[in-house]
Design a protein around this ligand. Structure first.
Ligand SMILES: Cc1ncc(COP(=O)(O)O)c(C=O)c1O
Length: 348
């Protein structure tokens, strides 16, 4: 098509995990929470809906205050966006003029955004054991971004190692995507106050039960937050709608529920990891709400469709080095038991 920007024409868009149209699937493919939103969320959303004739607060002040209180940082260090995908997009659009470096195996959107915004990208291979080697990033150019814990590997890096990279590169921005940090990662948020070149991205999609509401955030010093606002206010000042803000605040108001869901997820993860290991799977040590696993005899390419036939959706990536693996979201304990029963049949 003649109208198309050549860069967009060449773009290979991100492929999200399948959202089945029927309810009869056990859905373990997009790392959503297995549990519904906190009980107060629905009422808060209904109340906010009564004001839909008005634009929402473009500064998202009260949500940023509540999130800042939870994260123990001032509201001026908090930015919120329409899912962390949007926050990441603003980072790629506005904070990567000198290029970007990220791991070869990580969240798929990084390479898509780099293409979309025409950035010079350096792709750093993970080590053989699928861990990130931070030493690789000492000499690269531009902004560094990685997920910690990383996806789809589920592996976490210690905060101390990331801090060394941040401290050794004061002139380069380090962005840490902490989508899964609540499930066992070490957060960099406490270090933001001392490091102007550190930006942490987080989401309400995984540990706050709000994937469908689209709410993500960034934590950084006010100068960087101002840059993110410059991009946001040049694009869509109302990118977070009032119902989503209300949902986020209601979720933050119920820490006990948040904690209870986390504990159930961690217990099911432990049970599932052991049960998979007993079936002969190699299970990477997960700091997330999913497991990255492979079996020595049956590949991910074989298991994925066989599970789908049994109405269980997991994620399989047709990508070098990780083709043999499956990424399995931790569902409810009953769902994990059904997964195990199906895998037992397949492995036998
Ligand atoms: C590492 C990582 N970052 C960011 C996201 C985006 O999350 P959301 O846009 O729902 O906040 C995901 C979603 O799966 C992810 O795995």
């Amino acid at each position: 098509m003649d109208f198309l920007d050549p860069r967009v024409a060449q773009l290979a868009p991100y492929v999200p995990g399948e959202q089945p149209k029927t309810k009869d699937f056990i859905k373990l493919n997009t790392n959503e929470s297995a549990y519904p939103p906190a009980p107060g969320v629905a009422q808060a959303v209904t109340q906010a809906a009564a004001n839909l004739q008005l634009y929402a607060d473009p500064t998202c002040q009260s949500l940023r205050q509540a999130l800042g209180d939870y994260l123990q940082v001032p509201a001026e260090q908090v930015f919120v966006g329409n899912g962390s995908d949007e926050v990441l997009a603003f980072c790629f659009q506005g904070l990567m003029g000198h290029g970007v470096a990220f791991p070869d195996i990580t969240y798929g959107f990084y390479s898509v955004f780099a293409q979309l915004y025409g950035l010079k990208a350096q792709v750093m291979p993970l080590r053989e054991d699928l861990t990130i080697d931070l030493a690789d990033y000492q000499d690269c150019e531009g902004t560094i971004i990685f997920a910690n814990p990383n996806a789809p590997t589920s592996l976490g890096l210690p905060a101390e190692a990331i801090l060394q990279l941040v401290a050794a590169n004061p002139k380069r921005l380090v962005i840490v995507d902490e989508a899964y940090v609540a499930f066992g990662g070490q957060s960099m948020v406490p270090y933001v106050k001392d490091h102007a070149n550190l930006l942490v991205v987080g989401t309400f999609s995984k540990s706050w039960q709000l994937a469908g509401a689209r709410l993500g955030y960034a934590v950084a010093q006010p100068a960087l937050i101002a840059e993110l606002n410059r991009v946001k206010f040049s694009f869509n000042p109302y990118s977070v709608n009032g119902m989503t803000m209300a949902a986020g605040q209601a979720a933050l108001a119920d820490i006990d529920y948040h904690q209870a869901c986390l504990e159930k997820t961690l217990a099911s993860r432990k049970w599932t990891a052991q049960a998979l290991a007993d079936l002969g799977f190699d299970v990477l040590p997960s700091a997330t709400n999913f497991l990255f696993v492979k079996h020595p005899e049956i590949s991910g390419a074989q298991l994925y469709p066989a599970l789908k036939e049994r109405k269980i959706l997991v994620r399989w990536f047709d990508k070098a080095r990780i083709k043999d693996y499956l990424r399995i979201t931790i569902g409810t304990q009953a769902e994990m038991a059904q997964l195990l029963a199906a895998l037992r049949e397949l492995v036998d």
